[in-house]
Ligand binder design. Structure first.
Ligand SMILES: C[S@@+](CC[C@H](N)C(=O)[O-])C[C@H]1O[C@@H](n2cnc3c(N)ncnc32)[C@H](O)[C@@H]1O
Length: 223
């Protein structure tokens, strides 16, 4: 089924000042990474504050909450669908510490230099329930190895998901890749880790129907 594109999509993207204007035309992620065009956070944000990454930001609810809660931390919010990121850009036009990157996670190393990110947020990533699509899950070892390269020393990944199986599977991947799990719960909203939490659009939908929210925070092994 083809997704119906939003009205005036291209012109709305063109005027979005918070959308990073980068070349996202490469088809092969390996070639793309070899032709790196790393973004300079100092130039992008006009400050030297810490910079975090959200992968699969959807409509930008987390990014907006991040601006309200952590205005002194920069956030780069990544989303592969232009049809979706356009709403996030418009919702966050006032969020001075947020920029959007319209790219698939596979391409992150084209734009982002090694050891330049403090925290990576994976909020309700698509679980890709079919076993044959496991390599598309954002906690698949290929992605964990990439996050390890992108993170600064002491950096971490924080994952939230409603999907209990995906949560258990993700923890297995962290362990397989020798990451250290520093916090975890299967019921975030009745746990000590709720402080500082930003409720995303998907999270609110699941909270409304009483679904438990899984949470894990992990750090990569030292290189
Ligand atoms: C289930 S939605 C969650 C949206 C939002 N994070 C939230 O919690 O409300 C997952 C989002 O991740 C995006 N996504 C899935 N795989 C991706 C990838 N490889 N790279 C970038 N975005 C991806 C999807 O397009 C979708 O917008």
């Amino acid at each position: 089924m083809r997704l119906r594109l939003k009205k005036h999509l291209q012109s709305r993207l063109a005027v979005a000042d918070n959308l990073l204007k980068v070349d996202t035309q490469e088809l092969n992620s390996h070639i793309a990474t070899q032709n790196a065009e790393w973004l300079d956070w100092k130039e992008v944000f006009h400050n030297d504050h810490p910079t975090c990454l959200e992968v699969g930001c959807g409509m930008g609810g987390f990014a907006k909450g991040f601006f309200e809660k952590f205005p002194e931390i920069n956030l780069v919010a990544v989303e592969k669908l232009s049809n979706v990121i356009v709403s996030a850009c418009e919702k966050c036009s006032h969020c001075t510490n947020v920029r959007f990157l319209n790219a698939g996670a596979e391409y992150l190393e084209k734009y982002i230099a090694s050891h330049s990110i403090d925290t990576i947020y994976l909020n309700f990533s698509t679980p890709f329930q079919k076993k044959t699509y496991a390599n598309r899950r954002l906690t698949y070892p290929r992605f964990l190895n990439m996050y390890q390269r992108l993170l600064k020393d002491g950096g971490k990944v924080i994952q939230k998901t409603d999907d209990d199986d995906f949560f258990i599977w993700s923890k297995e991947q962290f362990e397989k890749c020798n990451w250290q799990i520093i916090a975890e719960t299967q019921d975030l909203h009745n746990s000590p880790y709720l402080e500082g939490n930003i409720v995303t659009e998907y999270e609110q939908k699941f909270l409304d129907v009483g679904k438990n929210i899984n949470y894990v925070c992990a750090t990569p092994p030292k290189e």
